[in-house]
Design a protein around this ligand. Structure first.
Ligand code: CMP
Length: 138
C-alpha cells in the first residue's frame, strides 16, 4: 500500500469539481485518509514548488495557486502515486487525453486543476508539508 498527496487546485474548487475529481480517485480504488480545504500561504507554496523556482512559469504558478482555496488530500492504495498521475493526465495539456481529469476539464498547462505527487519521495515530503498534524500517523 502506498500513500500519495493530491490536490484540487483553485480553479477546480471554484468550478465545483471537488466531488467529480474525488469520485474518480475513489472509484478507481483509492481511499481518502486525510483531506482539508486550505487557502495556501506564500510560504507553503514556495516550499511545495521549490524545484520550480527558476522556471519561467514560476511567478504565474504561485499567483494562480494563491488565488483561492485548494482541496488537499492524502490518498492510499496499491500504486497510489502512479494511479493518481494516470488519472490526472500529463502536465503538458496538449498530451492530456480525454478520459483523464486534465484532458476532460482544462485547456492550459499552468491552470491544470489537479496535482499529484510525482514519486514516493515527493509524496512523503508533500504529505508532511501539507498535513504536518499527521506526522506521526501517516
Ligand atoms: P503540477 O505538476 O501540479 O506542479 C508543477 C506545476 O507547474 C504544474 O502542475 C503546472 O501547474 C505548472 N507547470 C509545469 N510545467 C509548466 C509549463 N511548461 N508551463 C507552464 N506551467 C507549467
Amino acid at each position: 500500500m502506498e500513500k500519495t498527496f493530491a490536490m484540487v487546485k483553485p480553479d477546480g474548487v471554484k468550478r465545483g469539481l471537488i466531488g467529480e475529481i474525488l469520485k474518480r480517485y475513489e472509484s478507481k480504488g483509492l481511499n481518502l485518509v486525510a483531506a482539508k480545504v486550505i487557502w495556501p500561504s506564500l510560504d507553503l507554496l514556495q516550499k511545495h514548488y521549490e524545484e520550480h523556482k527558476d522556471k519561467p512559469f514560476y511567478n504565474d504558478l504561485i499567483r494562480y495557486m494563491m488565488s483561492g482555496p485548494v482541496f488537499a488530500m492524502v490518498l492510499e492504495g496499491d500504486n497510489a502515486v502512479k494511479i493518481v498521475r494516470l488519472l490526472n493526465g500529463p502536465t503538458k495539456i496538449e498530451d492530456a487525453q480525454p478520459g483523464t481529469i486534465r484532458g476532460d476539464f482544462c485547456t492550459n498547462t499552468t491552470f491544470n486543476i489537479v496535482h499529484g505527487s510525482d514519486s514516493l519521495e515527493s509524496a512523503k515530503r508533500e504529505i508532511l508539508l501539507w498535513f504536518p498534524e499527521y506526522a506521526n500517523k501517516i
